[in-house]
Design a protein around this ligand. Structure first.
Ligand SMILES: [Zn+2]
Ligand SMILES: [Zn+2]
Length: 173
């Protein structure tokens, strides 16, 4: 087996060409990757160009610098975060306020733990919670004690008084 100097130099040439092509492809793909990545994280076109330039000039060290400096969250993640925060705020705002002390109270509370204002009453028939103004239980349909369903509002009560008493002597006690 004899060494052909031309063959050896050709081999080195081919290997160098392959290595160079690989390095060039790696360089270009790093720039493309950076450009895509920064586009998902920032809206400013200047930032896009600067990031791509940084990696184009410095290559691998540039990628390292970019990874340190890039915004931690993508625009999509940022959007999801805003949605979650808004949902949390909405849930807080939906909580009713205590009429006594204006602190937030929960729907299932009967009494405000802070100022002891009565918030809800229970149905005497099924023991479920009712608003204080309700005269009839919406769960079981039984009227509150001492309350006739027909005379469930002030208007109805007044009408009842007028029909029973003399027209000139309507008194509300
Ligand atoms: Zn209160
Ligand atoms: Zn009931």
């Amino acid at each position: 087996m004899t060494f052909d100097p031309t063959f050896l130099s050709n081999l080195i040439l081919v290997l160098t060409a392959f290595g160079g092509a690989f390095l060039a492809a790696l360089w270009v793909s790093l720039v493309i990757w950076t450009y895509r990545d920064i586009r998902s994280r920032a809206r400013d076109p200047l930032v896009h160009t600067l990031s791509a330039l940084l990696v184009a000039v410095l290559n691998l060290p540039g990628v390292l610098v970019y990874l340190i400096l890039r915004p931690p969250r993508t625009l999509e993640e940022e959007y999801q975060r805003t949605l979650e925060e808004e949902a949390l705020l909405q849930a807080l705002e939906d909580l009713p306020l205590c009429p006594g002390c204006e602190r937030r109270v929960k729907d299932e509370w009967q009494v405000c733990p802070n100022c002891h204002t009565k918030l809800k009453k229970t149905c005497h028939n099924c023991a479920r919670l009712m608003e204080l103004s309700w005269n009839i239980c919406p769960h079981c349909g039984v009227p509150a004690p001492g309350m006739r369903v027909e005379a469930s509002s002030v208007d109805d009560a007044l009408r009842g008084l007028k029909m029973n008493d003399d027209p000139g002597e309507v008194k509300i006690k």
